[in-house]
Write a protein that binds this ligand. Structure first.
Ligand code: C2E
Ligand code: MG
Ligand code: MG
Ligand code: MG
Length: 279
């Protein structure tokens, strides 16, 4: 089925598009090698806990430093990795790297939680829950220091197996975040069925918060709604001080964005957090 769809896509494609498809295909073929060599690495973007003013967690964002093609952003390889059934390998690598880093920060007295992005396709994999449990045990990380970010999509909201799996992870103590909230089409079903601890408002609603009346109204009511349902709220795409000030005013729990910090290597994150604690 997949190969068939790819074939049709290929037939309709222009020369440029064919080159892009070829490129992504050959990239996926290099995935295992990239994992083994360290070319596939993890950057961390700090999440600011607004109440305490501290960096208490960070989002793990995968990066591919390609020997010939340079730094490739995730938008250019994650979708094809997923389409070719390799999401499990990539995610396992990111998860273990993030938990290993969290363990090393904990050891030096700087506890920082980690958030890992999980492809929707993996939620229907029977092994997911056991694998996450084993990874937490291996790195001796308390389950509530791990958040799984799942992008809002209609497919998950209607999949009983995925909802069940997320419920099992919740039981273990793992935190679940609805990523890119507001961009999907299944909002009401989601909030009703999804056992989430956190709602992460998409950056398209946050970036102009200080100047857009519509965004302000949407974000304010989303924060109130999430709180009424017992969820925490994270704003992504916080690019300036005015935006952060508005979020404080609205009672948002956590802020993430360039104004707080860009995605960075793990060593830098630990330094940033130490410096902030001293201040
Ligand atoms: P996401 O999970 O929604 O991650 C947030 C994206 O917004 C990141 O892009 C981050 O660098 C960017 N960002 C953060 N702050 C700001 C800001 O203030 N302004 C703007 N304009 N952008 C900001 P990035 O790293 O390019 O990642 C893109 C997407 O790739 C992620 O979106 C996520 O869906 C996916 N991704 C990244 N790592 C992984 C992974 O390990 N597994 C999976 N399945 N997907 C991943
Ligand atoms: Mg995310
Ligand atoms: Mg997001
Ligand atoms: Mg996003």
């Amino acid at each position: 089925q997949r190969a068939h769809a790819a074939g049709r896509r290929w037939e309709r494609a222009s020369a440029d598009e064919r080159e892009a498809i070829d490129w992504q295909l050959s990239l996926v073929g290099e995935l295992d090698q990239a994992i083994a060599s360290g070319a596939l690495w993890v950057a961390y973007q700090p999440k600011l806990d607004i109440a305490s003013g501290r960096i208490t967690s960070a989002e793990a964002l995968v990066r591919w430093q390609h020997p010939r093609r340079g730094n490739i952003p995730p938008d250019q390889f994650v979708p094809s990795v997923e389409a070719h059934g390799r999401a499990q390998a990539m995610t396992a690598h990111v998860l273990h790297t993030a938990l290993a880093d969290a363990a090393s920060w904990r050891k030096i007295g700087r506890p920082i939680g980690v958030a890992v992005n999980v492809s929707a396709t993996l939620l229907s994999d029977d092994r997911l829950v056991a694998e996450i449990g084993a990874a937490l045990a291996r790195w001796r990380i308390p389950a509530d220091m791990l958040t799984l970010e799942v992008t809002e999509s209609a497919a998950i909201a209607s999949a009983d197996a995925a909802i069940e799996r997320l419920g099992e992870l919740r039981q273990m103590g793992v935190r679940i975040s609805i990523d890119d909230y507001g961009t999907g089409q299944s909002t009401m079903t989601y909030l009703k069925r999804f056992p989430a601890t956190e709602l992460k408002i998409d950056k398209s609603f946050i970036q102009n918060l200080a100047t857009s009346r519509a965004d302000l109204i949407l974000v304010r009511s989303t924060i109130d709604l999430a709180h009424a349902l017992g969820m925490c709220v994270v704003a992504e795409g916080v690019e300036d001080a005015d935006c952060l000030a508005k979020l404080v005013e609205l009672g948002c729990d956590t802020a993430q964005g360039w104004h707080i910090g860009r995605p960075m290597p793990g060593e830098n994150l630990a330094l940033m957090q130490a410096w902030q604690r001293a201040a």
